[in-house]
Design a protein around this ligand. Structure first.
Ligand SMILES: Nc1ncnc2c1ncn2[C@@H]1O[C@H](COP(=O)(O)OP(=O)(O)O)[C@@H](O)[C@H]1O
Ligand SMILES: [Mg+2]
Length: 363
């Protein structure tokens, strides 16, 4: 995928801004709080239909305005001529959000996600290694949902069941309808089976890609492994149901769900040591870079298109050798990079530097 143009109307600190992208590195340079991340957020919002920085959509509307609009033009291939597509996201103060793809209204987000695959790498990405299991599941789900509509549906349906189950668990024991729970567990087992199967497949693929990337990044000094941790790997639907039923007896006393894919996790190891517990900050950063590039490669392989690479303020997090590796790697693709200083830019041909100053962009 290749971004051609982004138009922002009343989005965050932008009033009316058009940005034209090149097929190469698009570097947005500026001090803090000028509007660099807002550009990344706008692209993310167009691709996934929600922002990653806020829960309330209306927060992205420029202060004292009633609506905002983000328009993104992209092509599937890098010829920049054929096959041009448009995404428009409109949000207003009445909590109306309309997304249009090539002028057709998107009624379900599931139909939209995955059309314009993206990979985002920001300082927050370190949470994938250092943060809670939820952050790692989010990392995985973002890849899986962009790859498979059916995965996304399974996840949504599973979460609906989980919500119902949790509300039932809050009731008095004698009021809990066992037959109903059995029906819910039956449905959940099927969703779990599908989700675990796909997560497993994707982690194996990430592992395969990571190994090669990490070897290159560390001159073969480090061996990176990624492992999927789930109570349900290699189990069929019936066995999954047995586990859910068995744990239900404890769950009714604890009044919350104990088993399920909402407990899945990923463990990352360098030379057999868990990265977050035993490895240095530098090793963590390198491992993260590996995982992000592996994510990028998995999306390329499975979707047969190149995702949009969004790198928000990460250059300050990486040392010179990793920056050189990264720049060398991304040079052949299109990327959107934000930074406060451009010192690391050397000998790059396909680059467009734009200065960001208080919600305006100088090309
Ligand atoms: N809804 C909004 N309306 C107007 N300005 C906003 C809104 N949300 C954030 N901002 C402004 O955007 C700026 C932060 O933009 P950001 O892209 O995060 O900066 P950076 O260049 O550091 O990445 C701040 O000045 C903030 O006040
Ligand atoms: Mg920023």
């Amino acid at each position: 995928m290749y971004l051609k143009k982004l138009k922002l109307t009343n989005f965050r600190n932008y009033i009316n801004q058009e940005i034209v992208f090149i097929n190469g590195i698009n570097l947005f340079l500026g001090n803090n709080a000028q509007g660099k991340t807002n550009i990344i957020e706008a692209i993310y919002l167009s691709a996934l239909g929600t922002s990653y920085r806020t829960i309330k959509d209306i927060e992205v509307i420029r202060f004292n305005e009633n609506f905002c609009r983000v328009e993104l033009e992209y092509t599937k291939y890098d010829d920049y001529i054929s096959d041009s597509h448009h995404i428009e996201v409109y949000i207003d103060n009445n909590n109306i959000k309309n997304i249009k793809e090539d002028s057709v209204k998107v009624t379900k987000l599931i139909d939209h996600v995955g059309r314009l695959p993206i990979v985002i790498f920001s300082p927050d990405s370190l949470d994938i290694l250092k943060g809670s299991p939820q952050k790692r599941r989010k990392f995985l789900d973002m890849i899986c949902c962009q790859l498979s509509k059916s995965y996304y549906i399974n996840l949504q349906e599973y979460n609906k069941c989980l919500k119902i189950k949790n509300s039932l668990l809050k009731k008095n024991i004698k009021d809990i309808d066992r037959d109903y729970i059995s029906i819910i567990h039956d449905k959940m087992s099927e969703y779990i089976y599908n989700i675990v199967f796909f997560r497993n497949e994707i982690i194996e693929l990430i592992q395969k890609k990571s190994k090669i990337i990490h070897n290159k990044l560390t001159d073969s000094k480090e061996d990176l492994k990624i492992k999927y941790l789930s109570d349900f790997t290699n189990l069929n639907k019936d066995k999954i149901k047995i586990i859910l039923d068995k744990y239900f007896e404890i769950e009714i006393f604890r009044k919350s769900s104990l088993k399920g894919i909402q407990r899945d996790d990923i463990a990352v190891y360098i030379n057999e040591l868990e990265v977050d517990k035993y490895c240095s900050q530098g090793q963590n950063r390198t491992a993260l870079l590996t995982l992000k590039l592996a994510e990028f490669e998995v999306l390329i392989e499975k979707k047969q298109v190149v995702p949009i690479l969004l790198l928000d303020d990460i250059m300050s997090e990486l040392d010179q050798s990793r920056i050189s590796f990264l720049l060398n790697y991304i040079e052949q693709y299109q990327s959107i990079i934000t930074t406060t200083d451009a010192e690391f830019i050397k000998n790059i041909e396909k680059i467009k530097i734009s200065k960001v100053l208080n919600g305006t962009i100088e090309n």
